[in-house]
Design a protein around this ligand. Structure first.
Ligand code: ADP
Ligand code: DP6
Ligand code: CO
Length: 325
């Protein structure tokens, strides 16, 4: 009753921001992401009769408190589904991505956990079922089941049985680059879960966000199919700015940005003025992801490295979906 799985993070080009059902993690809007080969989580799950409680080790340290409870509550879903509510698990996870810093550790983390735990307990591991299950650990994680460009269909059913990811285009469809510009790997003050809830509950800009999604989604899917880089980049950047705008109007207001976040946004705009196509997007954290095509690698790296406050740049290509080791 042991299995190990590996999953990559993903960067949302059309963001998931807001839940219509919190326990089931059903989103208000469809979202679309690119799975990244540069960041991943590896998780081993061993269900053992001798254990009286789950044990969750993250990066070789035993974790207690909220993070550990979140894993146990997720394992409960799997135990219930498998009819094995009696058995506890030892979980060992390694994040090859900063944890809770806006690099989508919850996505690679829960996708790897869902796959390893399902296999270990003997549940079927077809991708759609796995995506539905994974969604209930962390919403963005349901997209990391697949590689390449992936859409999360919000679904319409109250039980969430039609809310899962679907592949849009495989990793080898388009040789894009995503530079993760690292300013800070500190854990964020407002976790994604809390930030989106506060926004849904209090931001007067939130309804406008939801209304803006269908047009963005249709256009970005055309752009991906046609490999129209300008179109995809422009839509992703605008969608990101709209998401972050909702947080400024929340009560109490908040922002994930640091001053260096703005400097990088400005550097990317300057690159475009100089004729280099590059676009940014930002998840729930201060760090910026810059999209570009491989021929502009050198100029983009040099430019970003020279922005004061930048600690590191990690370049990803489109990555694969979840796999077993
Ligand atoms: P991020 O931007 O990294 O996705 P979130 O606020 O969405 O940040 O989620 C961070 C939370 O995800 C952590 O506090 C922890 O509860 C959970 N998490 C991160 N990595 C793992 C992992 N490998 N296994 C299980 N849970 C994880
Ligand atoms: C800004 O999936 O981390 O990165 O479902 O509460 O676990 P929970 O939140 P999470 O939220 C991700 C928000 C985002 C946008 C995105 O990835 O689509
Ligand atoms: Co997350």
């Amino acid at each position: 009753m042991k299995a190990t799985a590996k999953a990559h993070t993903n960067i949302a080009l059309i963001k998931y921001w807001g839940k219509r059902d919190e326990p089931l993690i059903l989103p208000m809007n469809n979202s679309l992401s690119l799975t990244l080969d540069g960041f991943h989580t590896t998780t081993s799950v061993a269900f053992q009769d001798r254990l009286t409680a789950d044990q969750f080790y993250l990066n070789n340290r035993l974790v207690e408190g909220a993070e550990s409870r979140r894993v146990s509550i997720f394992l409960d879903l799997i135990r219930k589904e498998a009819g094995r509510t009696d058995v506890c698990a030892e979980v060992h996870s390694t994040n090859h991505v900063p944890t809770a810093a806006g690099f989508a550790s919850s996505a690679s983390g829960f996708a790897a956990l869902a796959a390893a735990a399902s296999k270990a307990i003997g549940l079927p591991v077809n991708e759609q079922e796995l995506s539905i299950l994974t969604r209930q650990g962390s919403g963005s994680a349901c997209r990391s089941i697949y590689g390449g460009f992936v859409e999360w269909e919000k679904g319409t059913k109250a039980d969430g049985s039609d809310s899962h990811a679907v592949p849009v285009a495989p990793a080898d469809h388009w040789d894009l680059r995503v530079a993760a510009v690292v300013l800070s790997s500190d854990e964020k003050k407002v976790l994604s879960r809390e930030g989106m809830k506060r926004t849904v509950d209090t931001s007067p800009f939130y309804p406008a966000w939801v209304q803006s999604i269908p047009d963005d989604l249709e256009a970005i899917k055309e752009g991906i199919a046609e490999k129209d880089f300008e179109k995809v980049g422009e839509i992703a950047e605008a969608n990101c700015l709209r998401m972050h705008a909702t947080t400024l109007a929340a009560n109490p207001p908040f922002s994930y940005w640091h001053s260096t976040t703005l400097s990088i946004m400005q550097a990317v705009r300057q690159l475009r003025s100089d004729g280099i196509p590059a676009f940014f997007t930002i998840d729930a954290g201060p760090n910026v992801k810059v999209l570009y095509t491989p021929e502009h690698e050198d100029i983009i790296r040099n430019t970003l490295q020279n922005v004061p406050g930048v600690h590191d740049i990690k370049v990803s290509r489109p990555g694969q979906g979840v796999s077993f080791i």
